[in-house]
Design a binder for this molecule. Structure first.
Ligand code: HEC
Ligand code: HEC
Length: 195
C-alpha cells in the first residue's frame, strides 16, 4: 500500500476503544488494533483489512512476516515490532475466533462474471471459495474489501510481499495472459462474494 491511501483512516474512531465498552473476554493486547481494524477486527475502511475470522495460522504467519520484514506494510511492520511472539499468538487466536465479515460493496457484474472463471482457473485450488473454504494458513478472499485487495495484489506482484512463491508466480502468469483487466475482474468477483 502507498501513503496516499492513509486518509482512509478517517474511520479511526477513538470511541470504539473507550474503556468499559468491551466485555472482559477481549484481551487487552488487541484493543490498540480496533481504531484501525474496527471493533473485533471488523474494518469499516476499504483500505484496511478486516481481521475477524481470518485463519489463525495465516494471522500468525503474516504478523511475524511484518515483524521480521518478509512482508511490506505501511504501518504494520513498525507497529508489530513492539509485540513478542506470545502476544502475536494471543492476537491471532482472538481475531480468528471472531465471525468472518463479508463486506457488501458495489461491483460490476460483467467483471465479476469474468473473475469467477479466472478464480477457478488460477486461484481456487489454494484460496477455495465460500462453498469450499481454503486450508489453514491460506486467507479467504470472498467478501474482502476491494481496495485492500487491489493494493495487496500489487504488493505481491512487485515482490515486496514474499509470502508464497507459488502464488506470486500464479499472479504473474495471470497478469501476462489476462492483463490488468483480469486482475480487476478477480477483485470484483471477490467483492461480490458469491461462489
Ligand atoms: C494505524 C492503523 C493500524 C493499526 C493501529 C493496526 N493496523 Fe493492522 N493494518 C493496517 C493497514 C493499513 C494494513 C495493511 C498493510 C499495511 O499497509 O501496513 C494492516 C494489515 C494488517 C494485517 C494483515 C491482514 C491480512 O489480511 O493479511 C494484520 C494481520 C494486522 N494488520 C494486524 C494488526 C494487529 C494485530 C493490530 C494491533 C496490534 C493492528 N493490525 C493495528 C493498519 C493498522
Ligand atoms: C499455491 C497456492 C496459491 C495460489 C495458486 C494463489 N494463492 Fe493467493 N495466497 C496464498 C498464500 C499461502 C497466501 C498467504 C501468503 C502470505 O503469507 O503473504 C496468499 C495470499 C493472498 C492474498 C493476500 C490476502 C490478504 O489477506 O492480505 C491475496 C489478495 C491473494 N493471495 C490473491 C490470490 C489470487 C488473486 C490468486 C489467483 C491469481 C492467488 N492468490 C493464487 C496461496 C495461493
Amino acid at each position: 500500500m502507498v501513503l496516499s491511501v492513509i486518509p482512509a483512516y478517517g474511520v479511526c474512531n477513538e470511541q470504539t476503544v473507550q474503556v468499559g465498552r468491551w466485555p472482559e473476554a477481549v484481551p487487552q493486547v488487541v484493543q490498540p488494533c480496533f481504531p484501525c481494524h474496527g471493533p473485533q477486527g471488523r474494518s469499516g475502511s476499504p483500505a484496511i483489512p478486516s481481521l475477524a475470522g481470518l485463519p489463525r495460522d495465516y494471522l500468525e504467519d503474516v504478523m511475524s512476516a511484518y515483524r521480521y520484514g518478509g512482508r511490506f506494510g505501511t504501518v504494520m511492520g513498525r507497529l508489530l515490532r513492539a509485540y513478542d511472539d506470545n502476544e502475536i499468538r494471543v492476537m491471532a487466536r482472538y481475531f480468528s475466533r471472531q465471525p468472518y465479515l463479508v463486506q457488501k460493496q458495489a461491483t460490476d457484474w460483467r467483471l465479476a462474471d469474468r473473475g469467477r472463471l479466472l478464480h477457478r482457473r488460477y486461484c481456487r485450488d489454494c484460496h477455495g471459495d465460500p462453498a469450499q473454504p481454503p486450508d489453514r494458513g491460506v486467507p479467504p478472499l470472498h467478501g474482502r474489501w476491494m481496495d485492500y485487495l487491489r493494493w495487496t495484489l500489487r504488493d505481491y506482484l512487485v515482490g515486496i510481499n514474499q509470502g508464497d512463491e507459488a502464488m506470486a508466480n500464479r499472479l504473474r502468469d495471470l497478469l501476462r495472459r489476462q492483463g490488468s483487466e483480469g486482475l480487476e475482474s478477480l477483485v470484483h468477483y471477490y467483492g461480490k462474494a458469491k461462489p
